[in-house]
Write a protein that binds this ligand. Structure first.
Ligand code: SF4
Ligand code: SF4
Length: 119
């Protein structure tokens, strides 16, 4: 079992991809990138903070809150909406660099993507 934080696109979450129902379904089915683990427990679900995508500072602040309430996690999922925003929506986030930055600066394993395209 892995404990995880999901980071999604501020512009897509709950505007185009309503209620994050797609990723919740993928999580329950262990589909897409969630299927890489036996079990995934999501401890926090947050956004990139809006354009231009302040993921590392957002995670630093989230970590302060999680520490306060005694919650730990192992993995950061960069949600499929961020991947979509990069590929089709002119988002300037460099996914490879973001993954490297999160791993180096936050010290967590990064998985790029969450739900599969069919969900
Ligand atoms: S791809 Fe997943 S995390 Fe992103 S907005 Fe849709 S359901 Fe939410
Ligand atoms: S920076 Fe990218 S992922 Fe974040 S809100 Fe803007 S388009 Fe979405």
């Amino acid at each position: 079992m892995v404990k995880a934080v999901v980071v999604c696109c501020e512009k897509i979450r709950d505007r185009i991809c309503i209620g994050c129902a797609r990723c919740f379904k993928a999580l329950s089915l262990k589909a897409g990138k969630f299927g890489e683990f036996d079990n995934v427990e999501i401890v926090a679900w947050t956004s990139c903070g809006g354009c231009p995508g302040l993921v590392v500072p957002k995670l630093n602040n989230l970590n302060l809150v999680l520490k306060q309430i005694g919650v730990e996690y192992d993995v950061v999922f960069i949600a499929s909406c961020i991947v979509k925003a990069v590929k089709t929506g002119y988002c300037n986030i460099d996914l490879e660099k973001l993954a490297k930055d999160v791993e180096e600066e936050i010290g967590k394993r990064v998985i790029v993507g969450t739900k599969p395209p069919e969900i």
